[in-house]
Write a protein that binds this ligand. Structure first.
Ligand SMILES: C[S@@+](CC[C@H](N)C(=O)[O-])C[C@H]1O[C@@H](n2cnc3c(N)ncnc32)[C@H](O)[C@@H]1O
Length: 217
């Protein structure tokens, strides 16, 4: 099995944040929001957190889909949040600078947690899962999507060429590093079991993405 090589947690280099925020992820982000909205089993006025929101494209698209909900995009990188803040000034869409492992919310106060491409940044994910478990209400819904680690460096290079062949060298290097920093579905299942969240579903949905989702007991 390919060994994990963790990458830095926060994307706080201004150049890196800018390169990420100007990259067109609209297709994958649109699919993420469609899948999330179709899977969301709750209605009413919900409080939704987007953990590791980066430049906020997914947060904003989710807001457009569900304007009745309050959505808060959270990121630990001021450079990323500067881009996110350009998305909207609506009262139902706000941005908070915070570490997702130490959320500024009281226990059992959040209805929904979503996240895309955060997990592979986290060196030790146990505090993240425990924090998700702490802030979310019983009956709340979680939906996280991330990369999973390929079997070999050759497979990682194939994925980079296939899905980011036209991207800049910087983005290709980052994509490759992200794949090597990602967890396998089995590792994610182990993390959930350790945190008492083993009932959540862990499902590979493409040749590189894994979804972790379900209703909190
Ligand atoms: C690959 S980007 C994904 C951004 C966005 N979710 C998207 O799909 O476009 C990962 C983001 O997670 C943020 N991040 C990493 N570790 C974090 C943590 N512990 N708390 C909050 N944000 C974190 C990074 O700063 C970065 O903006």
């Amino acid at each position: 099995m390919l060994e994990r090589k963790p990458e830095p947690e926060f994307m706080d280099d201004p150049l890196e944040a800018e390169a990420y925020s100007v990259t067109d992820f609209s297709d994958v982000n649109k699919k993420f929001v469609e899948t999330f909205c179709a899977a969301l089993p709750l209605s009413g006025n919900l409080l939704i957190l987007d953990l590791g929101c980066g430049p906020g494209d997914i947060t904003y698209r989710t807001h457009l889909c569900c304007e009745q909900h309050k959505i808060i995009g959270i990121d630990g990188s001021p450079s990323m949040l500067r881009f996110a803040q350009k998305q909207s000034g609506s009262r139902s869409l706000t941005w908070v600078l915070a570490d997702a492992k130490y959320l500024p919310f009281v226990s059992k106060s959040v209805d929904v947690i979503l996240s895309n491409s955060l997990l592979h940044h986290i060196l030790d994910p146990k505090p993240l899962w425990m924090e998700i478990k702490r802030v979310i209400k019983s009956g709340g819904f979680v939906f996280l999507r991330d990369l999973f680690r390929p079997q070999s460096e050759k497979e990682a290079r194939r994925i980079v060429e296939l899905y980011a062949g036209d991207a800049s060298d910087l983005l290709k290097q980052e994509y490759y590093r992200s794949l090597l920093s990602a967890f396998t579905p089995e590792e994610i299942q182990g993390q959930l079991s350790e945190c008492g969240l083993e009932y959540l579903s862990v499902k590979c949905v493409t040749d590189r993405h894994v979804d972790i989702f379900g209703t909190i007991l």
